[in-house]
Design a binder for this molecule. Structure first.
Ligand code: SF4
Length: 489
């Protein structure tokens, strides 16, 4: 059985993903998304920058065939010779194992394979002499996430067998070339635990249950496959608010289906997770079963602002490029209720350096009607007003007056209503009330890719696609506001 560092990383992120990567049919995989391709390119560029800046004299194992076995041999030859820095080496450790869980002793060979980005020679003991190697992994992330630490501990673990000496540390190089040292006395035991579980799952081919978690699953190449299964089972993970731990609890008290969650009295499971959450989950399930929206009871000290209405209203949505910390499109839909008309203003930075100009145009536009409310969906737009205000030194009172006019419809809808949706994203909510985007299946991620393509190719069709998407986002926000105001009245 072959277990690689990549597979272990998948296992740490989602056990099912590791299983499908090992045993799933490639035909069921989604095609690679443009946004992921962009991330991969950025990651490769980051790796190159680190190499050029810090390790220009690295050596790469040379093997006639690119099979991992021959590259592993070439890597060990470089280690024996005492190369100062080895780039793209392969570490392999094989051992025989016995499994007697089913009564008959079964022998199999387990191959562990790691591909650390760098192996760095350090003073110390090893079977080669008075030197040893430490593993370094180069990551694009800003923080040393536990899964990065786990993988670099895995590579150090393999080094321990190969060079006959476990190194004391491994290192991770992060986005701004920050070094993070991983204490292996802490991380090797944790890694061994995960490794044993992962080997067991692969060995017994036990397929982990599907559990859709938006954040984790949205960029996974098995998403369509898993989502189809979850939908066919009406899986409880599709109910907003059902987290893995709440799901475990619901299972333990016999709530196994959407119908049973809709029918149960919240008092029966309110003690374990709090009555308010229990109520919310039950109402959410009922809303999905009956396909209708409910008004949410406002409990305790909470109060909810009423939705403003004005002759002139603004609907505001931003497209951003997180990598460059750039807000390149400030889209504003101006709705004139007296004239029953709408006009869309795509305030677009065709070049990143135009962000300031776009910010000034935005200020000018929203000041034409200085009392009108500015509707948006979720917190990003208000945060961006503050960020741009600070960056471009807009006077504080101007920013304060502007943010006081902002009205977050996501906050409002989640406080006041339960809708039969699988998520409280703008897309899910607006789709349910009947709004359709002209370009179906596009997301904010896709716009990030399109903007990158525009900057690299100068092809204006990418900009047009972004503007159309952003205009639809603003219109969807407008529809949602109308629907919510009607519903709550
Ligand atoms: S879609 Fe989600 S549940 Fe399925 S493999 Fe990917 S991360 Fe795991």
């Amino acid at each position: 059985m072959l277990l690689t560092d990549d597979l272990l990383l998948d296992y740490k992120r989602c056990q099912r993903r590791a299983f499908l990567n090992a045993y799933g049919s490639p035909l069921q995989k989604d095609p690679e998304r443009d946004f992921l391709l962009k991330l991969r390119q950025e990651s490769q560029q980051h790796l190159k920058n680190v190499l050029n800046e810090h390790y220009p004299d690295h050596e790469e194992p040379q093997a006639r065939q690119k099979h991992w076995r021959t590259v592993a041999e070439a890597t060990e030859n470089l280690m024996k010779e005492g190369a100062a820095c080895i780039y793209h080496g392969v570490l392999v450790y094989e051992y025989a194992d016995h499994d007697d869980a089913v009564g008959t002793l079964r022998a199999r060979t387990i191959t562990l394979l790691g591909r650390p980005d760098l192996l760095i020679k350090q003073p110390g003991e090893s079977k080669y002499g008075d030197w040893q190697y430490w593993a370094i992994n180069i990551q694009l992330g800003r923080r040393p996430k536990p899964e990065y630490k786990l993988i670099t501990a895995f590579n150090a673990y393999l080094l321990g067998f190969i060079q006959g000496q476990l190194p004391p540390y491994s290192e991770i190089i992060l986005r701004r070339h920050n070094y993070h040292r991983v204490d292996l006395s802490v991380w090797i035991p944790k890694m061994e635990e995960v490794l044993a579980e992962c080997l067991k799952m692969l060995d017994y081919q036990t397929e982990p249950e599907v559990f859709i978690s938006r954040q984790r699953c949205s960029l996974c190449h098995w998403y369509s496959h898993c989502y189809e299964i979850a939908q066919s089972q009406q899986h409880l993970s599709l109910v907003p608010g059902v987290t893995p731990s709440r799901y475990q609890y619901l299972q333990s008290v016999g709530v196994l289906s959407l119908e049973s969650l809709a029918a149960i009295s919240p008092k029966q499971f309110g003690e374990a997770m709090g009555l308010e959450i229990a109520n919310q989950l039950q109402q959410q399930a009922l809303s999905l079963v009956e396909n209708r929206a409910f008004r949410r009871a406002i409990t305790g000290k909470k109060s909810v602002a009423s939705i403003p209405t004005d002759d002139i209203e603004f609907y505001f949505d931003i497209e951003a490029e997180p990598e460059q910390n750039l807000d390149y499109l400030l889209g504003v839909l101006l709705v004139d209720r007296t004239e029953n008309s709408q006009r869309f203003y795509p305030l677009l930075a065709e070049k990143p350096e135009d962000e300031f100009r776009v910010w000034e145009e935005f200020l000018e536009l929203v000041h034409t009607y200085p009392e009108s409310p500015i509707f948006h969906f979720a917190e990003y737009e208000q945060e961006t007003i503050k960020r741009l205000g600070q960056l471009y030194q807009t006077p504080r009172p101007v920013i304060d007056r502007l943010t006081a006019r902002c009205f977050d419809l996501h906050h409002q809808v989640t406080q006041c209503a339960t809708l039969p949706v699988e998520s409280y994203s703008l897309k899910s909510l607006a789709n349910w009330i009947g709004f359709q985007w002209r370009n179906q299946g596009v997301s904010g991620d896709q716009c990030v890719w399109w903007y990158d393509r525009w900057l690299k190719t100068g092809d204006r069709s990418f900009l047009q696609a972004i503007v159309q998407y952003n205009e639809d986002d603003c219109k969807a926000t407008y529809h949602l506001k109308n629907w919510l105001a009607d519903f709550l009245s």
